[in-house]
Design a binder for this molecule. Structure first.
Ligand code: 6GU
Length: 225
């Protein structure tokens, strides 16, 4: 898979992309992540990419021209046009089913804005899917882009060491994940549930299912509806 990110702050991505699963997936060639700086496509000598909103109001708005030129430039770099995604708090809420849908694409192009927002014609003219990561406002689309990259890349074949570990994740079956324990058997008086030490795989599976259900009922009853 190829993931392009169009951003004004490519440097922000170095750390989240440089560790753990996402780093390994890039090293293995499961994903090629390409960062492009929208500001490189500014036309004037001040490298201006934003301007005051028509109609007045606070803040600055990301201009059409640098974004469209940047998008056109990255689209030319590959035969796949790619699924274009615009990160905005007004978008469709990102969740595990959407992560799975995006993980099946050959190419994603994520556009991260900053400032008060995008010129509306960026959405209209690119046909992008608007995506939000939750009901709160962040100062830009960079962190949401990193969240989406992480959630998608760990679903790619070969990204996780253990084939099963994504299948057991929270939300993958609509429930939260069951509790996990590792050594020692007792810590500060807290014991590992005996069923997990029993070696009875059927009983362990039943216990986990029941725990996942109870946890979901308590923490996220909305998921059971
Ligand atoms: Cl995608 N962008 C911004 N700026 N804030 C957000 C968001 C995106 N998702 C949740 N909050």
């Amino acid at each position: 898979m190829r993931i392009d990110v169009l951003t004004l702050f490519p440097e922000m991505f170095a750390s989240p992309l440089g560790f753990s699963i996402v780093k390994r997936a890039q090293q293995r060639g499961s994903v090629n992540i390409v960062l492009s700086n929208i500001r490189d496509f500014a036309k004037d000598s001040y490298k201006k990419v934003d301007d005051k909103p028509y109609g007045g109001g606070a803040g600055m708005v990301l201009m059409c021209q640098p974004v469209f030129d940047c998008l056109e430039s990255v689209q030319k770099q590959d035969s796949q046009p790619g699924r274009v995604i615009l990160l905005t708090p007004q978008g469709k809420k990102f969740d595990q089913p959407l992560a799975k849908e995006l993980a099946a694409e050959e190419r994603l192009i994520l556009i991260a804005g900053h400032y008060e927002g995008f010129d509306e014609r960026i959405r209209l003219g690119t046909g992008a899917l608007e995506v939000s990561i939750g009901d709160y406002v962040l100062s830009g689309g960079e962190l949401p882009a990193m969240v989406i990259i992480d959630a998608v890349v760990r679903l790619l074949p070969d990204a996780l060491g253990d084939e099963d570990s994504a299948a057991n994740d929270s939300f993958s079956d609509g429930l939260l994940e069951y509790p996990q324990y590792t050594r020692p058997e007792e810590f500060k008086g807290m014991k590992v549930p005996p069923v997990l030490l029993s070696g009875n795989h059927k009983e362990i599976e039943n216990w986990r299912k029941q725990q996942a259900l109870e946890k979901t009922k308590k923490q996220r009853p909305d998921l059971l509806k």
